[in-house]
Design a binder for this molecule. Sequence first.
Ligand code: ADP
Ligand code: ADP
Length: 217
Amino acid sequence: MAGRFIVLLGPPGAGKGTQAAVISKTLQLAHISSGDIFRENLKNETDLGKMAQKYMNAGELVPDDVTIAMISERLSRTDCENGALLDGFPRTPAQAEALAEKLAERGEHIECVPYISVPAEELITRLSGRWTCRENGHVFHAQYNPSKKDGVCDIDGSALYQRDDDKPETVANRIRVYMDQTSPLIEYYKENQLLFEVDGTKSIEKVSELLLQKLNA
Ligand code: ADP
Ligand code: ADP
């Protein structure tokens, strides 16, 4: 049986991580977040983490060769035998090509690319109110999705923090980087007839419902 490889596309703050948590659980797929893997490496002070840090702090992309190698390794693990939900990768045309090649080598292909669209003004509000959990990267929002207890993750009880790259100067650059380097993937996947768009300005629950409706169809 072919695996299900699904790529979540959308600007920073669109809700990819939030939705990936719901979808991966419902569809029982491994959730692969490139940002979470980089942050884990940063926390553990690995060579990869030290290398990625300056790019992440500046809101720039980590170079393609490093990112592609990291995700290829992750996809080769047993929990991805039957597919994966990719969140934050690919982010450049070169990454998209590499992913297609890696999957083709194992007789697989991308099933579809849900694109969560949210206008830029809203992204700034989303990112500046985002609180992330230290242990597992669960996300909350000060107004839109507050944790039950201030500063504590509802799911695993660990401390919530505001990501360094969620401060306004870095956010502006991340949105620029997305426009320049990642948004061309919208056309790329449209041409490949893999893309479907979901209105990411709806409530978290509504967006999940729209995504799952399509993915279960
Ligand atoms: P966002 O909340 O914007 O989706 P992520 O957690 O996905 O942020 O990514 C945080 C940072 O990690 C990015 O700004 C970038 O520096 C790095 N990063 C994550 N994924 C990639 C990728 N596919 N290619 C290059 N850099 C990446
Ligand atoms: P991404 O992974 O695309 O960067 P996140 O899932 O981390 O985005 O969401 C960014 C912020 O917006 C988080 O604080 C999250 O709680 C909040 N958020 C996510 N989806 C919605 C939504 N549909 N409506 C309002 N806020 C949302």
